[in-house]
Design a protein. Structure first.
Length: 272
């Protein structure tokens, strides 16, 4: 009898511990559900500040604020999903632990043949076991609800991913605007007419003009090189003629020499 009483006391204490653990777990579940409600409220507020489709705000400060809010919302949703998954894992472990406790209790009860003499005390233990099983079932339902919460949070995540794409498009548009502003700042050094002309031209037309200007510069450079070469040849000829001038005195040669000098002067003026 003493052995039976000790076994019963041990079972009662274990049942009390299990009930206390269940109460703690239920309180934690309530806290997490409240936290989920707060986070969903935050997500709805963040969605309220998201601009309508096909509306682009060119103000840089507003874009940064919207991007920051989206990043905060994404981090918050990721954290909530991780917490829910961790919580589901803990609940699974607790469920398995409670099931093992109940199975162990049932095995000990069936193994002990003296339990037959305690038929009068058996119903209360059966009630406690049923209560434990009922609480475990409730926790299973809570886990299912948490899974549904995770699925709904995945929907919010997809919406936020779509908004991320909009943010990337806004960033690209912002870069284009920054490049455009920078080109305007650089062109302020030119005359007002040239500035207006450059603003109105498209990028492709500007590129064509640059290429055309570069070709002309290269052509002019080549012409200058050729003119310099011709000038050197003419100077060399003049020197040769001058060296032989003392030996040959001919008016025709003097006229040609004068003509060569004139041509040389004209070439110099063209190069200038």
């Amino acid at each position: 009898m003493n052995h039976q009483k000790m076994a019963q006391d041990d079972l009662k204490s274990r049942i009390v511990d299990l009930e206390n653990n269940l109460d703690c777990k239920e309180a934690e579940i309530i806290q997490y559900i409240d936290r989920i409600g707060e986070l969903e409220e935050m997500v709805m507020k963040l969605e309220a500040v998201i601009p309508e489709d096909n509306i682009l705000n060119s103000k840089k400060v507003l874009k940064k604020a919207i991007i920051a809010k989206y990043e905060i919302a994404l981090e918050e949703k990721d954290r909530k999903i991780r917490e829910l998954k961790n919580r589901m894992g803990s609940l699974r472990k607790e469920k398995i632990k409670f099931q093992h406790e109940v199975e162990k209790y049932n095995r000990e009860k069936n193994r002990d043949s003296i339990v037959i003499r305690l038929e009068e005390e058996k119903p209360p233990f059966e009630i406690l076991v049923n209560e434990l099983q009922s609480k475990i079932n409730k926790q299973n339902l809570t886990m299912q609800e948490l899974k549904q919460q995770i699925k709904s949070s995945d929907k919010y995540t997809k919406k936020l991913e779509q908004k991320d794409e909009e943010i990337e498009n806004l960033k690209i548009e912002n870069k284009k605007l920054n490049k455009y502003v920078l080109s305007l700042k650089n062109s302020q050094e030119e005359t007002s007419d040239n500035l207006l002309f450059l603003v109105e031209l498209k990028d492709e037309e500007l590129e064509k003009l640059r290429n055309k200007l570069q070709k002309k510069k290269n052509k002019l450079k080549n012409l200058k090189i050729m003119l310099n070469l011709k000038e050197e040849i003419i100077n060399e000829l003049i020197n040769q003629i001058e060296s032989h001038r003392s030996e040959i005195s001919d008016p025709l040669i003097d006229m040609r020499l004068e003509r060569i000098n004139n041509l040389n002067e004209q070439l110099k003026k063209k190069t200038i």
